[in-house]
Write a protein that binds this ligand. Structure first.
Ligand code: FAD
Ligand code: NAI
Length: 468
């Protein structure tokens, strides 16, 4: 079979790239090594984790907050198999959705492990041991990433686990130690803390979410501690060992080598980042190699050094985010069609789906200080909002950072209820290069959480918020 373009990998990068290629009139194939479509995001990432975050939040609210609303429940309990089943159903619906989109766009789907025979021939090795080859003019590599698991951590997929297994635990653990206070550690830690597990996070650096705004880290830490999660910053895990029914974890302080912490827990979740996945892809057959972090190097058109071979998503440089992969999928397809697309990487938002949620776009204060850019910032606390009082979601704040002289918005950082949805306003403001005064003069419906953004912009532009 001869194709104009073959996409390897059906995650949010790959399947979106395939759809855009088909829309642009290219004869398109997509190769996926698993029997289901959708990649990490849909099967063991964004979607199942958000399904469990939603379920656990309902339980937590029913247990701890309904009383205050005048709703009294008795006999509340968790049915973990049902919670997991609902999550699986959500995933299944999404799998079907991607399959439907492939059919609708007349994209040929091949299940099996894809690898390069040469620049124009892809071998697809099926699970049953059979294989076939397809011919292609161009290829988009979208093979994604896998969790980083140091060999010494004895990853056994039973009690010493990664996010993949943490999405399928069939009963609420008594205790879980999480290595890494990043996005996965805090999201999945929140799920099990809300369900009643004792969660301990060991983070190597000074603070949780070390790449996000320091005020956001501090605010979220307060809320997660109130949820009962425990934190040990500046500690390195030196040993993870399974025993019959428990896991022993040893961590050493980075400031005092004699300070050792010993833990005995039901589960140890390794959440210290992900590595690009290029295993058995045959890159050597097309003259490609990966960089020091395992990523496939690409130029500004997302083309590799092998002409006609493009790469997108988690397997290349940049944030490992589904929406970044999607933008790159569209970008690569449009480049292939001879168009001149653009991605504003600086305006790709980051969201952490804890409660309160954390969401950010643009520069942090720390980054601007490092760059020597003069700035001013305005903050507004959620607790001063009528809407937040009505719902009792008082934690958090919005921070707007603007250029000191031009007033152009340089960053928006939110911790609070519905931050994940609110950040779209920050992205739109920055995409159109709005000033803090522009944002402050826009009407925001009352009562809404978005009023906090208007007030923070007022605080940044003229230090005159109305409601504090
Ligand atoms: P992937 O989604 O990893 O897809 C790659 C696909 O390629 C896979 O299906 C794989 O099987 C296939 N493949 C690999 N090699 C081959 C081969 N040789 N032949 C055939 N097929 C192959 N991001 C967000 O933006 N929001 C979130 O809320 C979010 N939550 C997450 C939660 C968790 C627990 C995890 C682990 C990740 C989360 N992410 C989230 C990150 C997000 O999942 C990734 O950034 C995104 O999936 C990357 O998309 P991709 O298309 O590059 O790769
Ligand atoms: P991460 O990079 O977000 O966090 C890893 C954390 O582990 C960092 O804080 C790091 O300092 C710490 N760490 C590293 N080595 C350590 C060690 N040996 N001991 C203790 N701490 C250590 O990585 P994470 O959480 O694994 O997530 C992987 C990727 O998945 C992220 O890049 C993220 O973009 C993506 N993701 C996105 C989500 C979202 O958008 N909501 C949700 C979940 C994952």
């Amino acid at each position: 079979m001869q194709y104009d373009v073959t996409v390897i990998g059906s995650g949010p990068g790959g399947y979106v790239a395939a759809i855009r290629c088909a829309q642009l009139g290219m004869r398109t194939a997509i190769v996926e090594r698993y029997p289901v479509m959708g990649g990490t995001c849909l099967n063991v990432g964004c979607i199942p984790s958000k399904a469990l975050l939603d379920s656990s939040e309902h339980f937590h609210n029913a247990k701890h907050r309904f009383d205050a609303h005048g709703i009294n429940l008795t006999g509340l309990k968790i049915n973990m198999p049902q919670m997991i089943q609902r999550k699986n159903n959500v995933v299944l619906e999404n799998n079907k959705g991607v399959e439907f989109l492939m059919k609708k766009n007349k994209i040929d789907v091949y299940h099996g492990h894809g690898s390069f025979v040469n620049k124009n021939k892809i071998r697809i090795a099926r699970e049953d041991g059979s294989a076939l080859e397809i011919d292609t003019t161009k290829t988009i590599i979208a093979t994604g990433s896998k969790p980083i698991v140091p060999a010494g951590f004895n990853y056994d997929k039973k009690r010493i686990i990664t996010s993949t297994e943490a999405l399928n635990i069939d009963r609420v653990p008594g205790s879980m130690l999480i290595i890494g206070g990043g996005v996965i550690g805090l999201e999945l830690g929140s799920v099990y803390a809300r369900l009643g597990a004792q969660i301990t996070v060991v983070e190597y650096l000074d603070r949780i979410l070390p790449t996000m705004d320091a005020d956001c880290s501090r605010e979220l830490l307060k809320s997660l501690k109130l949820l009962g999660m425990q934190f040990h910053m500046r500690h390195a895990v030196t040993e993870v060992k399974p025993s019959k029914t428990k896991v022993k974890v040893v961590a050493q302080s980075r400031d005092d080598a004699a300070k050792i912490l010993n833990f005995e827990v039901d589960y140890c979740l390794i959440a210290i980042g992900r590595r690009p996945y290029t295993d058995r892809l045959g890159l050597e057959n097309i003259g490609l190699s990966t960089d020091e972090k395992g990523r496939i190097p690409v130029n500004e058109h997302l083309e590799t050094s092998a002409p006609g071979i493009y790469a997108i998503g988690d397997v290349i440089r940049g944030a490992m985010l589904a929406h970044k992969a999607e933008e790159e999928g569209v970008f690569a397809a449009e480049v292939l069609a001879g168009q001149k697309p653009h991605i504003h990487y600086h305006l790709i938002p980051g969201v952490v789906y804890t409660w309160p949620e954390v969401a950010a776009v643009g520069y942090t204060e720390e980054e601007l200080k490092e760059k020597g850019v003069p700035f001013k910032s305005g903050k507004f606390p959620f607790r001063a909002l009528g809407r937040a009082r009505a719902s009792m979601d008082l934690d958090g704040m919005v921070k707007v950072i603007a250029h000191k002289d031009t007033d152009e918005i340089l960053g928006v950082h939110i911790v609070g209820a519905r931050a994940a949805d609110m950040i779209a306003e920050g992205v739109a403001l920055m995409e159109f290069r709005a000033s803090a005064e522009d944002a402050a003069r826009m009407s925001h419906a009352h009562p809404t959480y978005t009023e906090a953004l208007k007030e923070a912009a007022l605080a940044a532009t003229a230090n005159r918020p109305i409601h504090v």
